[in-house]
Design a protein around this ligand. Structure first.
Ligand SMILES: [Zn+2]
Length: 242
């Protein structure tokens, strides 16, 4: 019986490794998707900001054009002032020129404000472009690392499955199904080691008589408390490796 239980110990170690690898592997696609999503968000933010700057540049050109046209109109009006015959008309034209000039000063101020924003925006874009490039590289490296990990898990798992099948061949069907049933009910731990006279899964102390029987391991012994298959480690090589 000792040899069979030792095989179960080895099998359990393989099952636990496979379980852990499957758990890690199943999280990889989600990790890749969230990295990609994060990058997409950064790129969107950058695009929005860049479009904003382009719009501002258009505004600036329009305002400069308006200013130029209005300045021309004022100049023309000023050059024709002397042709005016009546004082009333003269005053009216002067008022018009004055208000057009005021509007132009306002345009100049607006253009200056836009220029300032454009300068800041350009600085942000230059910095953000560099940041984005760095992030893109970093994330791509992370993603390809994850993909590599996924591939190596598959390889490792295939190896573990082969070992597992080898172990299973040597274990009687009844014992194997008992192991499976217990593993299903006890989070994968169907076999518990006994150390210092206690089950290492539930920490219950064994009665001395049971402990002696276990050391002989002539029959299958279950923990009276947690019903796991008990195993007493006598330093045998097979179980040591697990
Ligand atoms: Zn126990």
């Amino acid at each position: 019986m000792r040899e069979k239980v030792e095989r179960l110990v080895v099998l359990q170690a393989i099952d636990l490794r496979v379980q852990e690898m499957e758990r890690e592997k199943s999280g990889i696609p989600q990790s890749i998707a969230s990295l990609e999503e994060e990058l997409r968000k950064e790129e969107d933010k950058f695009r929005v900001e860049k479009a904003e700057m382009e719009k501002l540049g258009k505004d600036r050109r329009q305002k400069e054009k308006d200013l130029e046209e209005e300045t021309d109109r004022v100049k023309k009006a000023e050059s024709k002032v002397f042709e005016i015959k009546t004082n009333k008309e003269y005053q009216a034209v002067l008022r018009e020129i004055e208000s057009a000039k005021k509007l132009n000063r306002q345009r100049e101020e607006e253009i200056l404000e836009i220029l300032e924003k454009l300068e800041q925006g350009q600085k942000w874009i230059t910095g953000a472009e560099k940041d984005l490039e760095g992030k893109r590289k970093e994330m791509q490296a992370q993603i390809s690392g994850l993909k590599q990990k996924e591939a190596s898990f598959e390889q490792e798992m295939a190896g573990e499955v082969r070992q597992k099948e080898e172990q299973e061949k040597e274990i009687p069907v009844e014992l194997l199904s008992k192991y499976r049933m217990l593993a299903g009910k006890r989070q994968g731990i169907a076999v518990a080691r006994v150390a210092h006279g206690a089950c290492q899964a539930c920490h219950m102390n064994l009665r001395p008589q049971l402990y002696i029987e276990l050391q002989k391991q002539e029959t299958l012994i279950l923990c009276p408390n947690c019903s796991r298959i008990l195993f007493w480690d006598n330093g045998s090589t097979k179980a040591e490796r697990a």
